[in-house]
Design a protein around this ligand. Sequence first.
Ligand code: DX5
Ligand code: ZN
Length: 216
Amino acid sequence: QAGPAILPSLLQCDFGNLQSEVERLSQAGTSVLHLDVMDGHFVPNLTYGMPIVAGLRRHTSLPLDVHLMISDPLAYAKAMVDAGADMLTFHVEAVDDAVDVAGQIRDLGVGVGLAINPDTPMSQLDGALDGVDMVLVMSVQAGFGGQSFNPVALDRIRDLRARFPDLLLEIDGGINASTIGPARQAGCDLFVVGSAIFSSDDYGVAIAGLNDAMAS
Ligand code: DX5
Ligand code: ZN
């Protein structure tokens, strides 16, 4: 993964036309797709699982970054990898032993991310970061698109970037043309975007605008 990237989140897209959505996103210059998997238990919302991941895998060669908002990530990790996930991110709040879970996911041969919600103390990440490729700093409480950005995420990104210069840092929630610049300046690499892309008729224009805002 070279340089910063904008990752469209497949949550507010048209699920009746997934293949065309993915084509439009590819043509708009997307390099990675972010998939929001919710189980109605870890978060009070329910989205999709392996069949959708496998269906997407048949239609695109883009890397699939799968954000597991589920209570038991290990129960589905292998099935997600078999379905075509390239990266699996689980929540530190969901597990008792993040080091063990990260190790078991790594053994499946995919990248491992560890996500943390805004109201979870950063100390919960202590000792777990050696075994992960990426930290997903949530800038909204996981569960729904369209929420407003919580600036606590900026301090967290800054702090992680200072302590772990080579760790991949991803931010998710409320990223738009006004929040992406500060997040980039704080040291973030990967920017997950839902509403700010899918509210636009032209994904290419939306993504170009975000790239400009990120650079300024
Ligand atoms: C929230 C999801 C996000 C969400 C982002 O739980 O993880 O990926 O789709 O959507 P926006 O950009 O609308 O905040
Ligand atoms: Zn997400």
